[in-house]
Design a binder for this molecule. Structure first.
Ligand SMILES: Cc1ncc(COP(=O)(O)O)c(C=O)c1O
Length: 400
């Protein structure tokens, strides 16, 4: 009898971990390594949010809470969804979990049966396919193209939906591309979804507030009220409020689904941290102005990285609307050889050679389901970004 479960064999180890481990090894060996892999803002959590957490500790808010979130936090989430997204939800349509990741996972666990398909546009956040597999479903994919900034078209969507498609996972602005769907682009997709009543929409709005230039964030249930009853709107405080370590995410949707998600959570982790929930209330209800100043910094960094990467022969880097990632194509470098004699066969060999030769750690595109590309997180200092992009320029110039 094997000790490990069959479920475990269905999922693969995270390909991003290989890059992170390699970077760590090289750093430990004394090499000067710049990491462009981080999926979190380099800003600190705002002081008013920290103060709310300290007050919660001092007031004794240190006990179990309701499994799926405190009434105060659910009220704050309902107010946020009304204010920012013009969506009306009542607290019994809201669930809170230990990060958006847990909420997404619980929703899949609560709804998938063997044979159910979950449609995932590629490139995608690395966790989606493996979460679907862990929950016993089948991930299916539809690829965005460089020419459409990696966004899928309504024709593509219509062509890949099958009678077994239970969910579409939608993520805008996207990890790993930063691309965001305009209201018009999203409406074209929701028009397709209206024709397929078996398909529910799990929208991952984690990067909602990281939206730049004149891009205006929008979410499916807001754009198409007819889809309200089959949409789970997932969001969290990790990215916009620089609260990745606090672990608070949430979702709003039909009551029965919200109840089912709570049932899974009640038999696994129970409530998310009581202190983090108090902090999240302050994040959602308190001043929001720091988001705009953080975004100015992100825009400056995005422009810096895109300009420096687009100056390289063989690299094309679309300028995205949001998040803190860019996803350049290295199609023009495939087949070239490094000075050490390594042939760049794909984006994985590119990322490995770049790390070994120049000490720059990026995540290769195959990890996100679309090649040949790599992901840069620009949530790091301007100096580090300039240094890293100069090294990438030198590396690419050294290829023959
Ligand atoms: C697209 C996307 N969704 C969800 C998450 C999970 O966020 P959380 O920290 O709330 O679990 C991340 C984090 O990297 C992400 O990039």
């Amino acid at each position: 009898m094997p000790f490990l479960s069959d479920t475990l064999s269905r999922v693969k180890p995270s390909p991003t971990i290989a890059v992170t481990n390699k970077a760590r090894e090289l750093k430990a060996a004394g090499k000067d390594v710049i990491g462009l892999g981080a999926g979190e803002p380099d800003f600190d959590t705002p002081q008013n949010i920290k103060d709310a957490a300290i007050a919660a500790i001092n007031e004794g808010k240190t006990k179990y809470t309701a499994v799926d979130g405190t009434p105060e936090l659910k009220e704050a989430i309902c107010a946020k969804l009304k204010r920012d997204n013009n969506l009306t939800y009542t607290p019994d349509q809201v669930t809170v979990g230990t990060g958006g990741k847990q909420v997404l996972y619980n929703a899949l666990m609560a709804t998938l049966n063997p044979g159910d398909e979950v449609l995932i546009p590629a490139p995608y956040w690395v966790s989606y396919p493996d979460m679907v597999l862990l929950a016993g479903g089948t991930p299916t994919f539809v690829e965005g193209a460089l020419e459409t900034q990696f966004k899928i078209t309504p024709e593509q969507l219509d062509a890949v939906i099958t009678p077994k498609t239970k969910w579409l996972i939608f993520n805008s602005p996207s990890n790993p591309t930063g691309a965001g769907y305009s209201a018009e682009e999203l409406k074209a997709l929701t028009d397709v979804l209206k024709k397929h009543p078996q398909v529910w929409i799990m929208t991952d709005d984690m990067y909602e507030h990281l939206a730049y230039d004149d891009f205006k964030f929008c979410t499916p249930a807001e754009i198409e009220p007819e889809l309200y009853d089959r949409t789970l709107t997932v969001n969290g405080v990790s990215k916009a409020y620089a609260m990745t370590g606090w672990r608070i995410g949430y979702a709003a949707g039909p009551k029965d689904l919200i109840k089912a998600i709570g049932k899974i959570q009640s038999q696994s982790t129970s409530n998310p941290c009581s202190i983090s929930q108090a902090a999240a209330v302050e994040a959602l209800n308190g001043p929001q102005d720091f988001i705009a100043s953080n975004n100015e910094v992100f825009v400056r960094r995005r422009n810096l990285v895109c300009e420096m990467l687009n100056a390289i022969d063989g690299i094309t880097c679309p300028v995205p609307e949001g998040a803190f990632y860019v996803y350049p194509s290295i199609a023009g470098l495939i087949g070239k050889t490094t000075p050490a004699g390594v042939k760049i066969e794909d984006d994985e060999t590119f990322a490995t050679a770049l790390l070994e030769d120049k000490g720059v750690a990026v995540v290769f595109g195959a990890a996100f389901g679309l090649s040949p590309n790599f992901r840069v997180s620009y949530a790091t200092s301007d100096e580090a970004l300039k240094d890293a992009c100069t090294r990438i320029q030198e590396f690419c110039a050294s290829l023959s």
